[in-house]
Design a protein. Sequence first.
Length: 86
Amino acid sequence: MWRFGESQGRTIRTVGALSAVGLSFVLAVVMGAGAGYVVDRWLGSSPWGFLLFFFLGVAAGVLNVIRVSTAYLRDDEGARSESPQD
């Protein structure tokens, strides 16, 4: 069975959090673009619905990246302040 030390466990959590942030950004953009495409097909308003929803997806992705990175940095500072200093 694998046993990780505290620093190795923190590294694995960091990699997981960063990959989740990247994936959520891409998904927000793709979902926004897809919704815009559907709206354009439904209303015949090409390319305005696509552009509007694409940029809304980008904004949602950026907001999510900021929210998650702020929470991660806050947790990381707390973990560093709790660990013994050399």
